[in-house]
Design a binder for this molecule. Sequence first.
Ligand SMILES: C[S@@+](CC[C@H](N)C(=O)[O-])C[C@H]1O[C@@H](n2cnc3c(N)ncnc32)[C@H](O)[C@@H]1O
Length: 378
Amino acid sequence: MNGKQRVELTWIGKENRPRLEPRILLEGLELSHHAQHRIDKSDLFDNRLVFGDNLLALKALEQEFIGRIKCIYIDPPYNTGSAWDHYQDGLEHSLWLSMIRERLVILRRLLADDGAIWISIDDNECHYLKVLMDEIFGRQNFVANVIWQKIFSPKSTARHLSDMHDHILLFARDKEKWTRNLLPRSEEHNKSYKNPDDDPRGVWTSGDLSARNYYSVGVYPITTPAGRVIEGPPKGMYWRVSKEKFAELDRDNRIWWGVNRNNQPRLKRFLSDVLEGIVPQTIWFHQDVGNTQEAKKEVMAVVPEVPDVFQTTKPERLIKRILRNFNGRRRLGSRFLWRNWHNWSSRTQDGTAMDNDRARRTLPHAYRSSVEKSYRRR
Ligand SMILES: C[S@@+](CC[C@H](N)C(=O)[O-])C[C@H]1O[C@@H](n2cnc3c(N)ncnc32)[C@H](O)[C@@H]1O
């Protein structure tokens, strides 16, 4: 916790903290399918699957990973009040807060200085979780509340509004040190770049030359090449560049006057000058990162015998975006493996297919441990 807070979320039992003894993880050889040793350098050898209560598992991981984790994603119970087949999702609100607080405190310790944590949640607890996270991570380390469009067709049976999104809260361990990667540019992004004047610098798009931000030298008349005088920028706006800079851009053929050379001037932006990728935005549409329907199909492909797939299962594309694009310097991402468990064929993150042998070698080490035993006893 970050010292005394000016604003604090309180709940019954907040001060009751469990005393956690140090734990160790023991490998359950009967569950581990990976090779005993590396066969080639590119084998992924450090995947782990831990069975048991996650608080105890985290306690065990703490010793090895404290301050070393770059990217954490968790999908905790949303506390929707539902009773799923495999777990109760309706803890009393205070109990839920206490439960999640204990885990978050350890998760924060695991993060590297330039690491970040992503948490999926819905409207049931999101806003309480945000305040709780402010308390644990520091409000200054809040990065974003990403909205994921999990459902795309409206539910006519909804009693109030038809819920179609989840939240993904993103907090950095230290926002000053955390950096995000750019998302890859798609054909769609490049579609608006054309080259109507055969500029040798290649395709370009044009941007507005006026803006609302006050600019002391941003008001002056401009004469178009066809001889029309434009008295100044539109009312309440300013040219983005000074008169001198404008003349320099025009000499360098970076001003677009329209085909008839008599339009309001616009600034040419060359594709070769723009960022290599797209700056990530805070709304993630289902077309880009998948939805719950897609996630269900992914689960069914692996375990067709499951009668009813959990409602808010997350699609691979969503997790992939988090891991691939937002793990700072990509260290973890480059080692991340996408696996189709069903037919043992696997893909590395750049999409290269892996042969079955290599796929098998990279399955996770599985841990059954004192952690799980103590979970069972409860
Ligand atoms: C929101 S669901 C996760 C769904 C999953 N990510 C998916 O895409 O299908 C929350 C999960 O947390 C598990 N869980 C709840 N309390 C736990 C605990 N104390 N230790 C380990 N797992 C727990 C539940 O069994 C449930 O599977």
